[in-house]
Design a protein around this ligand. Structure first.
Ligand SMILES: C[S@@+](CC[C@H](N)C(=O)[O-])C[C@H]1O[C@@H](n2cnc3c(N)ncnc32)[C@H](O)[C@@H]1O
Length: 202
């Protein structure tokens, strides 16, 4: 029931759309980044290098740098249109020395092996065409003890009225894909609208 239908367009088509997204989501994203901070502290990661996949306007990467003594964060996104707003946001927050934004695809990341202590991602998993490729890349670029925390909405009966929800994965589908990846010690927490895919805490 409610078969997944990927979105035709997975990124911003023009600068106006990117600007609108950046302005509209700023407040909401600040709240989201606070909940990430809470979870990440519980996972025991408070320092090191962080990667934010599908960073958009960079609010999560910036929020983590503000709230945690992490060394640096990289925001990865396929759209250089939205990354110009992310860069602007980092400058406004005096964080451009600690946050860098890079154009690239989560399925083929432009990073060396064993680079990151933590990988985060919000609202992006549903846009990933091949999550197995992304999980394999996450496994490659994460350090041995590295952790991850991914949050996105899941597919449900609202698929009938929303193409975005129809494009989302179900927790069971993600579980099957994770089992095919080399990532270890993960869990999926499923809520009414959302799911979190994260490293198990000891
Ligand atoms: C819905 S926005 C979410 C942005 C931000 N994380 C947030 O919570 O608002 C999804 C972002 O993922 C980016 N994106 C889509 N497919 C991607 C991929 N394969 N690799 C990296 N980024 C991708 C889009 O350009 C967009 O900026």
């Amino acid at each position: 029931m409610f078969k997944r239908k990927p979105l035709q367009i997975t990124t911003f088509e023009n600068i106006q759309q990117a600007q609108k997204y950046s302005e509209k989501t700023a407040k909401k994203l600040e709240k989201i980044s606070k909940s990430f901070v809470y979870m990440i502290k519980r996972m025991g990661v408070t320092s090191g290098k962080v990667l934010d996949i599908g960073t958009g306007s960079g609010t999560l990467a910036i929020g983590l740098c503000k709230e945690l003594p992490i060394t640096s964060a990289i925001g990865l996104d396929t759209s250089n249109l939205i990354l110009s707003f992310a860069q602007e946001n980092a400058e406004k927050n005096n964080l451009s020395s600690r946050v860098t934004f890079i154009e690239g695809n989560a399925e083929d990341m432009p990073f060396e092996d064993n680079t990151f202590d933590l990988i985060v991602s919000s609202n992006t998993l549903h846009l990933i065409e091949n999550p197995l490729k992304m999980f394999k890349e996450m496994d490659r670029v994460l350090k041995d003890e590295g952790k991850f925390f991914i949050s996105d909405f899941k597919r449900n009966f609202f698929s009938l009225i929303s193409g975005h929800i129809k494009s989302a994965y179900k927790p069971k589908e993600i579980e099957k894909i994770l089992n095919q990846s080399q990532l270890k010690k993960w869990k999926i927490k499923s809520y009414f609208f959302w799911m979190n895919v994260l490293s198990e805490c000891d």
